[in-house]
Design a binder for this molecule. Structure first.
Ligand SMILES: [Mg+2]
Length: 158
C-alpha cells in the first residue's frame, strides 16, 4: 500500500508572477511553494513523488534538472520516478505508470492543465488543478477521498 503524488512543476511550484529564474533562464521554482508541498506530504504520510511535468524530459545532468532536484531536497523531498508521455498525453503517461506500479493504491495529480486527464475517470477524480499550489481546486465534482484530504492539508499549511 502506498501513496503517490504526480507532480507538475510549472503552474504548481511557480506561477506567472514568479520572478526567480532557473540556471537556463526559464521560470524558476518558488521555495514557499515547495514548502507547501512538503508540508502537505508530511501530514499525509509516506509519499512517492512521481514527476509528470515536462521537466522530466531534461537530462539528469542538465543544470535545470539539478536545480529542480536541489529545490526539492531543500525541503526533504526527492523524486521516486517519472512518467513517460506520448504527444503530451499526460494522463495516459500517468495511467501507464500506475499499471506498472500496482503497489500505488492512493494518489493525487497536481497540475495546472487538464490535458487528457478527463479521459481517465480514476485520474480525474484525483486531479487537483492549481494556479500555484496554494490556489487549488478539484477537477471532478466527485473527488476521491485522498484528493479531498490532500487539498485540506495544502490549505492547512499554506
Ligand atoms: Mg504546468
Amino acid at each position: 500500500m502506498s501513496f503517490a503524488v504526480f507532480l507538475d512543476v510549472d503552474g504548481v511550484l511557480n506561477s506567472r508572477t514568479t520572478c526567480e529564474r532557473t540556471p537556463d533562464y526559464h521560470v524558476g521554482i518558488d521555495d514557499l511553494r515547495v514548502a507547501v508541498l512538503a508540508g502537505a506530504i508530511k501530514k499525509y504520510g509516506p509519499t512517492e513523488i512521481v514527476l509528470s511535468s515536462d521537466w522530466k524530459e531534461l537530462r539528469p545532468e542538465a543544470d535545470d534538472y539539478v536545480y529542480l532536484i536541489s529545490k526539492l531536497a531543500k525541503y526533504g523531498l526527492e523524486l521516486a520516478g517519472k512518467t513517460t508521455d506520448h504527444y503530451n498525453n499526460r494522463g495516459e503517461g500517468i495511467q501507464y505508470y500506475l499499471e506498472s506500479h500496482p503497489e500505488i493504491d492512493e494518489y493525487v495529480v497536481l497540475d495546472d492543465n487538464e490535458f487528457d486527464f478527463r479521459d481517465y475517470p480514476n485520474i480525474w477524480e484525483r486531479l487537483l488543478l492549481t494556479n500555484g499550489i496554494e490556489r487549488v481546486k478539484f477537477a471532478s465534482k466527485t473527488p476521491a477521498i485522498e484528493a479531498i484530504l490532500f487539498m485540506d492539508y495544502i490549505k492547512e499549511v499554506s
